[in-house]
Design a protein around this ligand. Structure first.
Ligand SMILES: *Cc1c(COP(=O)(O)O)cnc(C)c1O
Length: 490
């Protein structure tokens, strides 16, 4: 039994006892973060987690309060020095944006206001709608399209493909599950497509065998002829093709599928066109290069990330859906406790939960809104153009070195290359290049990542970095060669 009177005589809260102390610490944290931003270039790109750090993060849960200054000092010694490094000017691993100081501040405000954007008549919901409208505007979608902010490209792909699947009206998949179409639905993409698409297809009950991975040409773009043959073969065999996933920027090489041709096929065959434009969608912002993603504006759904090539803090992704009604029909569900009113807290625009699987949702829209206001879209256009020019400069530097070899065309912002020496087998080169990569990272010099291109181990630099300068790419090239020779001598 609870001793109610006693408990209520000693009520607790999580607010600070000493507000001044908290305020003071908050200011110090802010100062430290600005110092961190300003000193990034002098820091190693990355530092491997050490045993002290691991031990510090392997403790039982504290039962009693700890001083906040002590907790912050633990952050400074345990967390900060082993940060991933994607904030750094020489980080080009995977595809990871830097974030920005103002974005950080916006996240602090979002976390402070802490609105849940579920069903609610509140400014935050309008901010998210504003941001979605801006995305439609800059990426060539009609004003009556719909959209949703999500955690990232993976969920953005899941949402797009879920709407594609649930839009197969005659099968009533929301009601019947896949019973009516079990083992029959097929979906198409290139072999270069991101793994998150397969995960989405698996999660949606379609199964990875139904994801037809079509081979690519020498530019790593989907083979249109093979795609057409496969669709027609599948139809003859009684399958139900329902969707093509096109790439606007593949993760390995930045290849862009011929989206206009994919849109034509979808129109002829009555298929849904989903475009994974995780980073490459923003090629659309660069006037001289827009033609490369021609057809993207015809997609039924488009997935992209704001934490990659829009440099926003994690997590921020987005799906746009051409047909607002289909989008809503894929997810809408209104139990009695979520019924909307005309006035009051339960009024407001269409609940965002009707466009996706999240009910509770955080205020990630705030950093997007504030960042776009801080810089204006023209600044982003300049930066994306700059990143592509830098990648082409890196390609030029690599081509100028006899010790280095470019492994894939550089249509966009991704450069794949390796160290080579005459008379060394491919197998030995794979090992050598892996060791070069690890040394670049361990020494904190630069952080490219890796992939396999046509069976060869590749160092891979993906440039969505607003802090990189020309010299940083020169460092990467010179150090790759230097470490290559150093390792050869051993
Ligand atoms: C990064 C990426 C994804 C996945 O996005 P997340 O934000 O990591 O979930 C999907 N497709 C492509 C092409 C990507 O580069």
């Amino acid at each position: 039994m609870l001793d109610i009177d006693k408990i209520l005589r000693n009520e607790e809260t999580l607010d600070p006892e000493d507000w001044d102390k908290m305020r003071h610490l908050g200011h110090k944290m802010m100062d430290d973060m600005f110092d961190y931003f300003q000193s990034l270039r002098n820091r190693p790109v990355w530092k491997s987690p050490d045993e002290v750090m691991k031990a510090a993060l392997n403790k039982p849960v504290p039962a009693q309060p700890e001083d906040i200054d002590k907790t912050y000092s633990d952050f400074l010694t345990t967390v900060l020095p082993f940060n991933k490094g994607n904030v750094h000017p020489r980080f080009w691993a995977w595809v990871e944006g830097n974030g920005t100081p103002f974005g950080m501040l916006a996240d602090m405000l979002a976390s402070g206001l802490n609105p849940n954007l579920g069903v609610a008549n509140t400014s935050a919901v309008y901010v998210e709608y504003q941001v979605i409208n801006w995305m439609k505007e800059i990426l060539g979608f009609d004003p009556d399209a719909s959209g949703l902010l999500v955690s990232g490209g993976s969920v953005a792909n899941l949402v797009g493909i879920a709407v594609a699947r649930n839009s197969l009206a005659e099968f009533k998949i929301r009601e019947n599950g896949l019973t009516g179409v079990s083992g029959k639905l097929t979906i198409y993409c290139s072999t270069e497509t991101h793994s998150s698409v397969q995960k989405a297809v698996e999660l949606l009950g379609i199964g990875s065998n139904a994801l037809r991975k079509i081979p690519v040409n020498k530019d790593f773009q989907i083979s249109i002829d093979t795609l057409k043959e496969k669709i027609s073969e599948d139809k003859k065999s009684g399958f139900i093709p329902f969707c093509i996933v096109g790439n606007a920027g593949t993760v390995n090489t930045g290849a862009i599928d011929p989206l206009n041709e994919l849109a034509d096929i979808c129109a002829e065959e009555n298929l849904w066109l989903h475009v994974d434009g995780a980073f490459g969608a923003f090629t659309y912002l660069v006037d001289e290069l827009k033609f490369m993603v021609k057809g993207m504006e015809r997609a039924d759904s488009l997935a992209f990330d704001l934490h990659k090539w829009m440099y926003m803090p994690y997590e921020s992704g987005c799906t746009l859906i051409r047909n607002q009604e289909k989008h809503k029909n894929a997810f809408v569900l209104t139990p009695e406790y979520l019924i909307k009113f005309e006035e009051g807290l339960a009024a407001g625009p269409e609940p965002l939960s009707n466009y996706g699987i999240q009910l509770s949702r955080g205020f990630r829209a705030l950093k997007v809104w504030m960042s776009l206001k801080e810089h204006g879209i023209n600044k982003y256009k300049k930066l994306i153009r700059q990143n592509i020019a830098q990648a082409q400069y890196l390609e030029r530097l690599i081509s100028g070195k006899t010790e280095l070899e470019i492994l894939a065309p550089v249509p966009l912002n991704i450069v794949c290359y390796r160290f080579v020496q005459p008379g060394i087998s491919n197998e030995a080169l794979d090992k050598l290049n892996k060791d070069i990569l690890i040394q670049l990272q361990l020494r904190g010099i630069a952080a490219p990542s890796h992939t396999i291109i046509n069976g060869k181990f590749a160092l891979r630099a993906a440039n969505v970095n607003h802090r990189s300068r020309k010299e940083d790419f020169e460092t990467l090239v010179n150090e790759t060669v230097k470490i290559g020779y150093e390792l050869l001598k051993r």
